[in-house]
Design a protein around this ligand. Structure first.
Ligand code: SAM
Length: 192
C-alpha cells in the first residue's frame, strides 16, 4: 500500500516546495546553536527540505536527512548544492523507525511527531549527544489530525533518562488570522 504521508507530502512539496525552501530554521536551533559541537554526525529527522539539516551542515556537521517525501529531499539536495554544503538524504518512513545505537552527536526533529521514534532517537544518540525536538502541542480536544499533536506532559515523559537543558512551550498567532499554534520544545543531552 502506498504510504499516505508520502503521497500527501510529495504533493505538498511539488506545489510549494520553493516556499518551504525560503523559510528559516526554527528559532530554537538558532538560539541554542552555541550548544552544537563543531563537528560530528547529525540526523535531521522528517527533514522535509532540510532547513535544519542545512543549517547544521553549514556549521560543519556531517548531516543525514531522512524523510518519507522524496520530493522534499530533492529540494534539500538542490539547496545543498547551491549553498556548497554536503548533505546525505534517504527516503525513510519513521513510523517504523530503526537507527543504530550511539552514533549521532545531534538529532533534530522539528514540526513532526512519530511517537515510536522518540525511544529510537534516545538510543541512537552518542553519550553527550544532543536532541533538539519541537512540535505542536494539543490545545483543543477536537483538533484535526490529533495523533500529530503532543499531549501535555507527554514529551517530558518520553525523554526518559536524557538530561533536559531547555524546555518551553511557545504560542504563535499567525499573522493575518486568529489561528493559534502552540509548540513544545526541548533540548536534551544523553548522559555520558
Ligand atoms: C511539517 S513538515 C516539517 C519538515 C521539517 N522538519 C521542517 O521543520 O521544516 C513534516 C515532515 O514530516 C515528513 N513525514 C511525514 N510522515 C513521515 C514519516 N512517516 N516518516 C518520515 N517523514 C515523515 C513529511 O514528509 C514532512 O517533510
Amino acid at each position: 500500500m502506498p504510504n499516505q504521508d508520502a503521497q500527501r507530502w510529495n504533493d505538498r512539496y511539488a506545489r510549494d516546495g520553493m516556499l518551504w525552501q525560503a523559510r528559516q530554521p526554527r528559532q530554537l536551533l538558532l538560539d541554542f546553536a552555541h550548544l552544537l559541537p563543531a563537528k560530528g554526525l547529525a540526523l535531521d529527522a522528517a527533514a522535509g527540505v532540510a532547513l535544519h539539516g542545512l543549517f547544521l551542515a553549514e556549521r560543519g556537521l556531517h548531516v543525514i536527512a531522512l524523510d518519507v517525501s522524496e520530493i522534499g529531499l530533492r529540494f534539500a539536495l538542490e539547496s545543498a548544492r547551491k549553498r556548497g554544503v554536503w548533505l546525505e538524504t534517504a527516503v525513510y518512513d519513521l513510523s517504523h523507525p530503526w537507527l543504530p545505537t550511539n552514533v549521532f552527536d545531534v538529532i533534530v526533529n522539528f514540526r513532526f511527531l512519530e511517537r515510536a521514534a522518540l525511544p529510537v532517537y534516545r538510543r541512537a544518540l552518542k553519550p553527550g549527544g544532543l536532541l533538539f525536538f519541537e512540535t505542536f502541542l494539543k490545545t483543543e480536544p477536537n483538533q484535526d489530525y490529533p495523533d500529530h499533536y503532543l499531549n501535555p506532559g507527554e514529551l517530558l515523559n518520553a525523554i526518559g533518562s536524557l538530561e533536559i537543558l531547555h524546555s518551553a512551550v511557545e504560542e504563535q498567532i499567525k499573522p493575518d488570522s486568529d489561528k493559534r499554534k502552540v509548540t513544545e520544545q526541548i533540548i536534551a543531552r544523553k548522559q555520558f
